[in-house]
Design a protein around this ligand. Structure first.
Ligand code: ATP
Length: 202
């Protein structure tokens, strides 16, 4: 029914920038990070289950998730980490599919930094990787965020390597040059995706 393109890439590679260019062309997207935050908002079954399993210290005074406390807890307890993943992953998947189904553009982007790490490519017809050398990934992230080089390096180490990500790509946008170089690459892929989506309907 719906043609889904998974869009991924490491930290600071330009996923948001590229997604905005597709948006300008009328292509809708669902952001896995937004959904991962949605499923633990106050009032959700997942947040209640976390507080019940790990205790009230998982909640802040305003009833929202105490993320540092949760991170610390699962960092020191592998069983807790597995339990949490088994709670959150199905909830995230279900919400993703609901949001994707609500989209009406000719094809839809599923944007996820950890698309391949979390096997979300299972829901995608195609995988689009935004690629650039690690040194640029680092310098652009440092220019954008208030983080240390060590913090960025740690995040990069927890993500797939550039080679492993590229090995699973159907399409690649190379983002090692100016922003002006991005638009023609997006336009070309947009044309191809419209054709593929139309062909998939028949
Ligand atoms: P994250 O996963 O960390 O959220 P991202 O993949 O969404 O990152 P962006 O936020 O789109 O990446 O890009 C990272 C930074 O690099 C931003 O500040 C963005 O403006 C900048 N940037 C993206 N593409 C280019 C480019 N071609 N030239 C210069 N700067 C760029």
């Amino acid at each position: 029914s719906q043609y889904i393109v998974g869009l991924t890439g490491g930290i600071g590679c330009g996923k948001t920038t590229v997604t905005n260019l597709f948006s300008d062309l009328g292509v809708q997207h669902v952001d896995a990070d937004v959904i991962a935050r949605d499923v633990v908002k106050p009032g959700t079954a997942c947040l209640a289950a976390i507080a019940e399993q790990f205790g009230p210290s998982m909640l802040l005074a305003d009833g929202s998730l105490n993320r540092p406390a949760l991170r610390q807890h699962i960092f020191t307890d592998a069983t807790a980490k597995t339990w949490l993943e088994q709670l959150l992953h199905p909830a995230i998947r279900q919400q993703l599919l609901t949001y994707l189904a609500a989209c009406s553009s000719d094809y839809v982007l599923l944007v996820a930094p950890l698309l391949l790490e979390n096997n979300l490519q299972l829901y995608c017809h195609r995988v689009l990787v935004i690629d650039l050398p690690e040194a640029l990934q680092l310098s652009r992230t440092l220019a954008r965020d208030q983080v240390s080089e060590q913090q960025v390096a740690a995040i990069m180490a927890a993500q797939l390597s550039r080679e492993d990500r590229l090995a699973q790509a159907d399409d690649v946008i190379v983002n090692d040059s100016t922003l002006e170089q991005l638009l023609p690459q997006v336009q070309l892929l947009h044309k191809r995706y419209l054709q593929l989506a139309a062909a998939a309907k028949n």
